[in-house]
Design a binder for this molecule. Structure first.
Ligand code: TXA
Ligand code: MG
Length: 324
């Protein structure tokens, strides 16, 4: 299969993306978080193709992307008032709500779960595609299973070229990390994946606490510990303390650093990361992908600061470096 590269600034190419989706084909689409691999959410056969293209286990649930908040009622039932409030305040945007699924929703989408993940994406290209053609698309991140999520069309092609029908090139993603996922089926609402929108912003908006568990909890298939991994092993460490033994054993090191690089390290490749959490998040996957191509046998990340603003970054670093 040849993967078409579509330019959404050409109206007929955007229309072509819509047509392919309506025909049950797979199209990678830009979102404000990361690129998604989309299929028509009303067509379970098309959605099943996503799992084959990614090499993803069939019990990992997918997020359905909607044109507007009103469409939430087409896919979910028993929607609590708090979910409507969050949708009004944060959509379109990088927030996914877990809700009780409507009876017609195929188990192919939800991995057999009684819940469904919904979001209205803010990227203007995808927003226009969904609005103009009244589409809803199921879309995981557009990468092979467990690998780094792509933040540009080139990165999508890096692992999925020839495995999908088209990629719609909407430029670089503005957040660069996946959406915050909130379980809205429980009280109090609970974050199940840290992302660009923080617990304090959600709590403030609702006027009631939204929980942010300290420890990563694997409650559903798909929310796994080893994820977002480059091919080269990754470790993180402070540059103020003694360096881990693994660093001494590595022959060739690639470094993502915030401050000065210790003289003893002698990296074959290095990149300065931004000191601001949002800017760091925007660059992280791209930097890990570049480090992966540097030919090192170890990628060393200088540990970023702690604190709420850095939770989403820390979550991805822990999963990128998890060995087990
Ligand atoms: O920003 C994002 O959320 C990106 C863009 C493309 O929208 N999508 C994304 O999808 O990150 P994916 O498939 O890589 O991650 C979705 C995760 C699943 O692995 C699972 O942990 C959780 O969302 N999820 C989805 N539906 C769920 C459900 N019904 N119940 C529990 N967790 C669910
Ligand atoms: Mg993913």
């Amino acid at each position: 299969m040849t993967t078409l590269q579509l330019d959404p600034t050409q109206p007929d190419e955007l229309a072509m993306a819509a047509r392919l989706l309506q025909q049950g084909r797979l199209v990678a689409v830009p979102t404000e978080t990361v690129y998604g691999l989309a299929a028509d959410a009303r067509n379970p056969d098309a959605v099943a193709g996503i799992f084959t293209a990614k090499g993803r286990p069939a019990d990992h649930p997918l997020i359905v992307h909607l044109p507007s908040a009103d469409a939430m009622a087409d896919w979910a039932v028993d929607i609590p008032a708090s979910a409507w409030q969050l949708a009004k305040a944060f959509w379109p945007g990088p927030l996914t709500l877990l809700l009780k699924k409507a009876p017609h929703v195929s188990p192919v989408i939800t991995g057999g779960l009684p819940t469904i993940g919904l979001r209205v994406p803010a990227h203007p290209v995808l927003h226009q595609l969904l609005q103009q053609h009244q589409l809803a698309v199921a879309a995981p991140s557009a990468n092979r299973y467990k690998k780094l999520s792509p933040t540009s069309a080139q990165q999508v092609l890096h692992t999925l070229d020839g495995r999908i029908d088209a990629v719609l090139d909407g430029g670089d993603c503005s957040y660069g990390l996946e959406s915050t996922i909130v379980d809205a089926t429980c009280e109090p609402l609970t974050i199940v994946r840290a992302g660009p929108i923080q617990a304090s912003e959600l709590s403030q908006m609702l006027g009631q606490p939204v929980l942010q568990p300290e420890q990563h909890q694997v409650k559903v298939a798909g929310n796994v510990r080893a994820h977002y991994q480059p091919n080269t092993p990754v470790i993180y460490t402070s540059f103020q303390a003694e360096l881990p033994a693994q660093v001494g054993k590595a022959q060739q090191i690639a470094i993502l650093h915030l401050g000065p690089v210790p003289k003893a390290l002698r990296p074959i490749w290095q990149q300065q990361m931004p000191a601001d959490a949002k800017a760091y998040g925007r660059k992280l996957y791209r930097a890990l992908a570049d480090a992966d191509h540097a030919g090192a046998d170890l990628i060393v990340l200088e540990s970023p600061p702690e604190g709420e603003a850095w939770l989403a970054v820390w979550d991805r670093l822990k999963r990128a470096s998890y060995q087990g």
